[in-house]
Ligand binder design. Structure first.
Ligand code: BTN
Length: 246
């Protein structure tokens, strides 16, 4: 086992991703180390957003990886791998989930998990990656301003054992990371695309020019999304250049 070979638990932390980065500066962490906590006082989401999570209700983890075998220009493969591992975990409990590009995990139209991947690249090599995951398990009320949060408990009415969830999640993430190490990146990319939220469905997007109806065709190089307009034009966007209208 690589992912989860070493587990470091902290009752509370400002942020598991920040703590993982601090530990990496001071010590040698083994690849696959998981830093996890019950509560984050300054949990971070992407674009500088906060990640809200009630004390002791959800999985808040950061995984330390050394994916030096991945070219920095292909680093979106790490996001794809982690997204698929979370989907595999969720499919143990529910019938379906999808990946809202670039890496939100959705059930129907609601977000159940967020991923914050932070990599350090030196001399054309990924030195380390911290893959932070916030996965909503038992939380029933969300007080922050996240638009559409959901948890496993809200979906099923059941309460879940967090320790058991973590042990299953690490198995599913480990399996996917080993596929990446084994060079199965084409398969990972294909599976990721097949799981995309709103793949091949006409729906509304907003880009710099305004709102339009389009359909997601694929995710190409550098993790850019390809969206077809109704006039047949195909546009490619990086993160932040396009917004889903939910
Ligand atoms: C997002 O959807 O905005 C990404 C959310 C990522 C949240 C997780 S919780 C564990 C790890 N530590 C953090 O501070 N953030 C990530």
């Amino acid at each position: 086992m690589i992912i989860g070979s070493n587990l470091l638990f902290f009752e509370n932390l400002p942020s598991t991703n920040t703590h993982a980065a601090d530990l990496l500066k001071k010590s040698n962490l083994q690849e696959g180390t998981i830093i996890y906590t019950n509560y984050q006082s300054a949990g971070r989401g992407y674009s500088g957003n906060r990640w809200e999570s009630e004390d002791g209700k959800n999985l808040l983890i950061s995984i330390v990886l050394f994916p030096s075998f991945i070219n920095p220009s292909d680093q979106f493969l790490i996001s794809m791998t982690i997204s698929l591992g979370i989907c595999d975990f969720l499919m143990r409990f529910i019938t379906d989930c999808s990946i809202k590009w670039p890496n939100d995990i959705y059930v129907n139209n609601d977000k159940i998990a967020g991923i914050l991947i932070e990599s350090t690249v030196t001399s054309d090599q990924i030195e380390y990656t911290i893959a932070g995951i916030g996965l909503n398990i038992n939380q029933e009320k969300f007080l922050g301003n996240a638009p559409n949060p959901v948890s496993l408990q809200l979906l099923s009415g059941l309460n879940y054992d967090l320790a058991l969830c973590l042990s299953k999640l690490r198995i599913d993430l480990d399996k996917r990371y080993k596929q990446l190490i084994a060079g199965n990146s084409r398969m990972i990319k294909e599976e990721y695309i097949s799981r995309l939220y709103r793949l091949n469905k006409w729906c509304k997007f907003r880009d710099i020019k305004g709102i339009y109806t389009g359909k997601i065709l694929a995710v190409g190089d550098y993790g850019r999304i390809n969206i077809e307009k109704q006039n047949g034009e195909i546009n490619e966007y990086s993160f932040k250049e396009i917004e889903f209208i939910l």
